[in-house]
Design a protein around this ligand. Structure first.
Ligand SMILES: Nc1ncnc2c1ncn2[C@@H]1O[C@H](COP(=O)(O)OP(=O)(O)OP(=O)(O)O)[C@@H](O)[C@H]1O
Ligand SMILES: [Mg+2]
Length: 278
């Protein structure tokens, strides 16, 4: 379960959680989502110095909403992570924790902020490694801003919405970008698909990275391999509509040949012997 899903109150819990929840009429103390109001978000973004104006919502995902905002005359993206609060200690003023708030509320608010922190850091590390991601601009609490991909008239469409002239070249370019992200920035994306790639001026842009995980000496390489394989297969699935067939295992091996943390190089042999990596 991703870091984001783990704290998503809309995600179904275990069978025991669901049973307990139904017995208590859905009030078992699980976090509830407080829908962010546009005016509140706009006020926060301006007060926090993240934008000079917020124009309109562009998309509302499970965990975050995306807004078109302005920094003076320049369009930028404002991503606002939803705040969840426990029903009994509901913090009424978003972004502020009441004096009387319990540890749990504070903990949950902290976790939401952690997701925004993670997304900002990942974007920054990818950007520094030369991956084509929206340039991160700033972050305060559960809000972050980044470069808007698009122009005055239109935002960049998702890859799945466009008809590509040269799909083979685009597929290669996407894997080149993902390889940069993996080999140089040391992340697996975790949700790469034709939804989370934008297409702008003949280039793919990788977006939506909060669930990405760092690949370092503490990683579980078996899990890294699974995530890489899933991302590669998701991208390949989209390109099947263009009649393109590629061997996902061969691509996976190109990634793994390019980078495995020094101390984990033998993870496949250890797996064969049935030994667990620490
Ligand atoms: N930097 C950007 N420039 C232009 N459009 C963007 C940008 N970032 C996000 N968008 C638009 O907003 C949509 C949602 O963004 P993103 O995937 O980051 O948010 P999300 O809430 O995690 O989405 P979901 O849960 O639906 O995957 C994108 O598919 C894209 O259309
Ligand atoms: Mg998305």
């Amino acid at each position: 379960m991703s870091r984001v899903d783990k704290f998503n109150p809309l995600a179904k819990g275990s069978a025991i959680d669901q049973k307990r929840d139904s017995l208590r009429g859905g009030t078992s103390g699980k976090a509830v989502m407080s829908e962010p109001q546009f005016d509140e978000i706009r006020r926060d973004a301006i007060n926090f110095g993240l934008a000079t104006d917020v124009l309109y919502p562009m998309s509302a995902g499970k965990e975050a909403s995306i807004f078109l905002a302005l920094w003076n005359t320049h369009p930028i993206i404002l991503k606002a992570y939803r705040l969840w609060a426990t029903p009994h200690k509901l913090s009424t003023t978003k972004g502020h924790i009441r004096e009387s708030s319990g540890k749990k509320t504070r903990w949950i608010l902290g976790l939401i902020e952690d997701i925004a922190v993670a997304e900002f850091d990942i974007l920054q590390n990818c950007y520094n490694a030369g991956v084509r991601v929206p340039t991160p601009i700033s972050r305060v609490a559960n809000y972050l801003t980044m470069r808007f991909i698009g122009d005055e008239e239109t935002p960049a469409p998702q890859l799945r919405e466009v008809a590509l002239q040269d799909p083979e070249a685009v597929l290669n370019e996407i894997f080149d970008q993902y390889l940069l992200m993996y080999r140089d920035a040391h992340y697996v994306h975790g949700d790469l698909s034709a939804y989370n790639i934008l297409w702008w001026r003949n280039k793919p842009w990788i977006i939506d990275v909060p669930q990405s995980e760092a690949v370092n000496k503490w990683s579980d390489m078996n899990k890294v391999e699974l995530v890489l394989r899933r991302d590669i297969c998701n991208v390949l699935r989209y390109f099947e509509s263009y009649g393109i067939e590629r061997d996902s295992e061969q691509i996976l091996n190109i990634f793994l040949d390019a980078y495995i943390p020094e101390n984990l190089r033998n993870y496949r042999e250890l797996r064969k012997e049935g030994l667990e990596l620490l």
